[in-house]
Design a protein around this ligand. Structure first.
Ligand code: GUN
Length: 280
């Protein structure tokens, strides 16, 4: 499954919406807050900035020192909560140890929470009331991929490996809402390979290079690789051993050019949606 090509298609639709908003004098604004100098986060933030500018958004990157206190960071978030030029606020994770991610998530105005991590937005997702609700970008991007490849979800057995608030839990909620039968596996799951071999659709978000091999996958399964790992040669690879799984899977997302581009594309689309909803 080609995430890059699909992302380009979705971007065209998003750009058209940006144009329509421009006709009303609205430029969707996204602020990405980066605390500290984590090299991977710096790359992700640079990519988001580049894409946001390409889409014609008002793109702001706010860099803060890793010594910042939780209350100082919350002050900065409040500044953007009341800034009418900013429609979407993203605080890049992970954060330094002195800052509680949950407190930061709670500080973001729910109507500007482009990551969909605020408990109000997560709650709306759980009760399946997602109209005008931001949803975590990676799971939402995966839903767009599954949909684009006409992979039906109703009654399907889906196994997600990973229970994070960024991927696993919102992914499970989206899939249950789409009538799939969902299992969330994680580091405490016993006999993991037996569990994954049952999956019609296997979504892997563990963060370990080449964690899943052909023996862990059912013949004809759909496999979605959320990993962004480095192999021994520092090459970007996924959680799935692509070469061994490819002949067995009906569909498989590559790394790179799979889930990653769709995540950023969804972030852009959702920034535009937040700007549209705020103007209604
Ligand atoms: N770090 C890794 N993925 C994400 C994400 O989706 N959102 C944020 N804010 N930080 C991340």
């Amino acid at each position: 499954m080609d995430g890059k090509a699909l992302a380009a298609k979705v971007d065209v639709a998003t750009k058209n919406k940006v144009q329509k908003l421009a006709d009303q004098g609205i430029v969707p604004g996204l602020v990405v807050i980066l605390v500290g100098e984590d090299p991977a986060s710096q790359i992700y933030v640079r990519n988001k900035e580049r894409r946001a500018k390409k889409m014609g958004l008002n793109s702001v990157v706010r860099k803060l020192p890793d010594t910042i206190s939780e209350s100082e960071l919350i002050e900065v978030i409040h500044e953007y909560n009341v800034n009418p030029k900013i429609h979407a606020i993203l605080v890049q994770l992970p954060l330094p140890a002195q800052i509680d991610e949950f407190h930061i998530t709670m500080a973001i105005a729910p109507e500007k929470d482009v990551d969909g991590f605020h408990p109000l937005n997560l709650g709306r997702l759980l009760v399946n009331k997602v109209a005008k609700t931001p949803v975590a970008c990676t799971p939402q991007g995966i839903m767009t991929i599954l949909n684009a490849y006409h992979i039906s979800l109703s009654g399907k057995k889906v196994v997600i490996i990973g229970r994070s608030t960024i991927v696993g839990k919102p992914m499970a909620a989206l899939l249950v809402n789409a009538n799939a039968t969902v299992t969330i596996a994680h580091s405490h799951t016993r006999h993991l390979s037996e569990v994954t071999r049952e999956a019609d659709i296997l979504i892997v978000a563990v963060g370990i290079a080449h964690f899943i091999h052909a023996k862990d996958v059912k013949e004809g399964a759909v496999v979605v690789d959320v990993g962004m790992d480095r192999d021994a040669d520092n090459k970007l690879v996924g959680d799935v051993d692509f070469e061994s799984v490819k002949p067995k899977a009906a569909f498989l997302t590559p790394v790179p050019k799979g889930v990653g581009p769709m995540t950023i594309t969804t972030l852009m689309a959702q920034t535009v949606s937040l700007a549209e909803w705020s103007s209604e």
